[in-house]
Ligand binder design. Structure first.
Ligand SMILES: Nc1ncnc2c1ncn2[C@@H]1O[C@H](COP(=O)(O)OP(=O)(O)OP(=O)(O)O)[C@@H](O)[C@H]1O
Ligand SMILES: [Mg+2]
Length: 281
């Protein structure tokens, strides 16, 4: 599956090809456009996500502020959503994503027809989106969070479970080396200092960018790091897209789906049972 993130400096198109670029880190100072980039990637996924076979995308959303990704909660593709109103739920959803990786591997071991010739799971691509990594990594549960993110980062590729993480706090406590090495694609948006830029992507330069719209970009295909222009999407576009997908289902189907979306605000005790039900039920 490919998703457009924006024009390149040369006005050709910049793609994320998630069969090659498994996990994506988006970092930059507050207001630099991290959430806009994230929504651009998600919209591009949803534009292509036909709901059938290879192009199917599903979303597991961790949105500490409860405002940046909330529109996607209502998309039929969303299998799980949590915000910071309930810390336990964000952890529960992350645990659910990590369990999904394990279950997919267990399925492939039991039934080799569930994997393709690259030994990848045959099924939907699942995106685990964390809008602000620092909210989890600086919480009292940091060591558990680190273990879960590392687990998804290391094993997610063949299970087709991908990380898309944002942070405005590019310090070692938030993106320790064990986690950072798993991100094969990095976008460094405007940073506060040259040191922040180096922490994110290994070189300085992002501190000189205008407030929004530019990024230092590193991906497995690139030799070196390039400067890219980023796309802009507004909320109304996202709403139209989500409404379009909701329009493909009957009211009853949508009700059943939304009942199964794990929402830590409304069902703090259910942990991720609804989430698992939706995936495997
Ligand atoms: N590529 C862009 N082109 C034009 N405007 C943009 C672009 N990206 C972001 N903006 C503007 O900058 C604002 C801040 O963007 P965004 O909310 O994505 O920042 P952020 O990095 O997520 O901030 P925070 O860390 O506070 O969550 C947006 O509301 C939008 O108006
Ligand atoms: Mg944001």
């Amino acid at each position: 599956m490919k998703t457009i993130t924006g024009p390149t400096g040369q006005c050709s198109q910049l793609y994320l090809d998630i069969s090659k670029q498994t996990h994506v880190l988006v970092a930059g100072t507050t207001g630099s456009g991290k959430s806009v980039v994230t929504r651009g990637i998600l919209n591009a996924l949803l534009y292509r996500a036909s709901g059938v076979s290879a192009d199917r995308a599903e979303l597991i959303l961790i949105d500490p502020k409860g405002t940046e990704l909330v529109e996607y909660k209502y998309a039929p593709h969303c299998i799980s959503y949590a915000s910071a109103s309930n810390d336990c739920s964000m952890l529960g959803v992350l645990q659910g994503a990590s369990d999904l990786v394990d279950r997919r591997f267990a399925t492939m071991q039991k039934d080799p027809s569930k994997m393709d010739n690259r030994h990848y799971y045959i099924g939907s691509d699942v995106w685990v989106v964390i809008d602000e990594l620092a909210d989890l990594m600086l919480s009292p549960d940091a060591s558990v969070v680190k273990r879960l993110i590392q687990h998804i980062g290391q094993l997610g590729r063949a299970a087709r479970v991908h990380l898309l993480c944002c942070t405005q706090t590019p310090i070692v406590k938030v993106i320790p080396t064990e986690i950072k090495v798993n991100f094969d694609t990095i976008l460094a948006l405007r940073t506060r200092s040259a040191q922040d830029s180096r922490n994110i992507i290994g070189i300085s330069g992002a501190e000189q960018f205008p407030k929004v719209g530019k990024a230092l970009y590193q991906c497995p295909d690139n030799i070196g790091i390039t400067v890219e222009d980023l796309l802009y999407v507004d909320d109304s576009e996202t709403k139209r897209l989500v409404d379009h997908w909701r329009g493909q289902y009957t009211k009853n189907e949508l009700r059943r789906m939304s009942n199964n979306v794990y929402d830590g605000v409304h069902s703090p005790n259910s942990r991720y049972s609804g989430f698992l039900h939706k995936l495997f039920g």
